[in-house]
Design a protein around this ligand. Structure first.
Ligand code: CMC
Length: 436
């Protein structure tokens, strides 16, 4: 990736120990500014300290742009609103991985590969039997994706040349793994992928079809699923994507890097929030709907409780994904004629929180996870699989970042530094002289 053109004549000045250091300044395509500190340590002997990387750019990227203050999100220059309304998930996956929307022929080719690679090696299928009952599906997913590296090692030595096949294989097989883990958890026979179904219809059929209760593909549900997966497709340098890049920066294979990303996504502060939101709403509903008690708990500095589904590291304005999902939620529940008290509860909480000074001052708005679980619930996805659904959507984004990193001539193994605050050098104490 050639970055020279992004450097501007302006320099940042740093005064330290009586000296003035000049640091280069970059301006990205959308006007975002950065001070390039890559030579800071060699110039000054200093490192920077930035807990949670709140101010740290780890790379330049051409995949996703987001402006958290204005509530803007785009993939490869296309607004999330347009993509969610006009595309299928497969088209958006292609866009993320390849950088351009597919032509009809390209889409046909990509869909053909998704079909071709949809089966799992039968030896892998036996793995599902060895996980104890009740195993978290995210744990199964990250283990199985890591195992893909040993079942399909052929392309690993030349990843960039084989990236098309590897990404199609992953995007297709992760869907099969997700559906098989559900069937195994239910104790039902597996339903194998079909060539005559679209990506989302195939997933729903593998999840919900059974020989005694055939699944009828519902276009409303397929449409909702496409939307949800598109909205989760990428979100620049979030925790799991940064994990994929960091792990991949050691030149580990794509499958292992994605498996690490899945583990990062599992956390309740990240992708695990969609499950936590429904659990929170169910608890409030069971307790009679007294959500104000929970809003007060969330505001109490001495109470660790947080209103899950609210707040975001980057969005300090409405999360554009949450807006689209909220509307989709209304549409899907109406079309399926489902009345879910959790949706009313969520709307009431949103209304109260958005006018409460605690949330207003901290600029805490509903995020992507606040309403997504209500749709998943309506289409029959069990709560403990919500984060798996997030992973399914985020997968093309992770692949795109991994590929971009491999292609980047500015690539370096990720290795942050630290400020040591432990004991200074001291004499070794033999065992007999150590006291309790
Ligand atoms: N409920 C109550 N207070 C909150 C919340 C919340 N959900 N989120 C942030 N705050 C408060 C926080 O206590 C802090 O207050 P104070 O300044 O008085 O100490 C202030 O707002 C800033 O919070 P922060 O933790 O410094 O912000 P962050 O950028 O480090 O954290 C976050 C972002 C998403 C982890 C956080 O907002 C949170 O924990 N939200 C709930 C979990 C959640 O919904 N996660 C999904 C995020 S969207 C999906 C994804 O991209 O992964």
């Amino acid at each position: 990736m050639k970055l020279e053109k992004y450097y501007v004549p302006e320099k940042a000045e740093l005064k330290l120990d009586g000296k003035v250091y000049e640091l280069p300044v970059m301006v990205g395509e959308e006007g975002e500014k950065a001070i390039d500190i890559s030579r800071l340590r060699s110039m000054t002997g200093c490192i920077t300290l930035d807990y949670g990387y709140m101010n740290t750019g780890s790379c330049a990227s051409a995949i996703t742009y987001l402006d958290g203050d204005k509530g803007i999100l785009s993939y490869r220059g296309y607004s999330i609103e347009d993509l969610a309304e006009k595309c299928t998930f497969v088209e958006v996956a292609y866009l993320l991985v390849h950088g351009a929307l597919p032509t009809e022929t390209e889409l046909k080719g990509f869909s053909g590969m998704l079909n071709k690679y949809s089966l799992l090696h039968e030896d892998m299928v036996h793995f599902f039997d060895r996980f104890p009952p009740g195993s978290p599906p995210m744990s199964i997913l990250s283990s199985m994706v890591n195992a893909l590296a040993v079942f399909y090692p052929d392309m690993i030595s030349n990843p960039i040349e084989n990236i098309d096949k590897m990404s199609a294989r992953l995007i297709s097989k992760v869907r099969t793994i997700a559906a098989f883990s559900y069937k195994k958890a239910m104790g039902q026979p597996l339903v194998y992928p079909r060539h005559d179904y679209s990506y989302c219809a195939n997933f729903l059929n593998m999840m919900f079809h059974s020989s005694v209760d055939p699944y009828e593909v519902n276009p409303i549900v397929v449409d909702a699923l496409n939307k949800l997966l598109i909205l989760h497709g990428d979100h620049e340098q979030n925790c799991s994507t940064s994990t994929v890049r960091l792990v991949g920066s050691a030149h580990v294979n794509l499958y292992a890097s994605i498996s690490a990303g899945i583990s990062a996504l599992w956390g309740p502060l990240h992708g695990g929030a969609n499950q936590a939101v429904i659990e929170m709403l169910e608890r409030i509903h069971l307790e009679g709907g007294n959500y104000r008690k929970y809003i007060e708990k969330a505001k109490d500095a001495n109470d660790p409780f947080r209103l899950v589904g609210f707040g975001h590291r980057v969005y300090k304005n409405h999360d554009p994904r949450a807006r689209i999902i909220k509307k989709a939620c209304d549409d899907v529940l109406q079309a399926l004629k489902i009345e879910d008290p959790l949706l009313d509860l969520a709307k009431e909480i949103e209304e109260v929180a958005l006018t409460d000074s605690y949330f207003v001052e901290r600029r805490l708005y509903p995020n992507v996870d606040f309403y997504s679980g209500i749709i998943y619930k309506a289409i029959g996805i069990p709560t403990d699989m919500f984060t798996v659904m997030f992973a399914l959507g985020r997968l093309p984004g992770w692949i795109a970042h991994w590929k971009e990193m491999w292609d980047d001539d500015n690539w370096k193994i990720g290795r942050p530094r630290q400020i040591y605050v432990g004991p200074v050098a001291r004499p070794f104490v033999p065992m007999e002289e150590r006291s309790l």
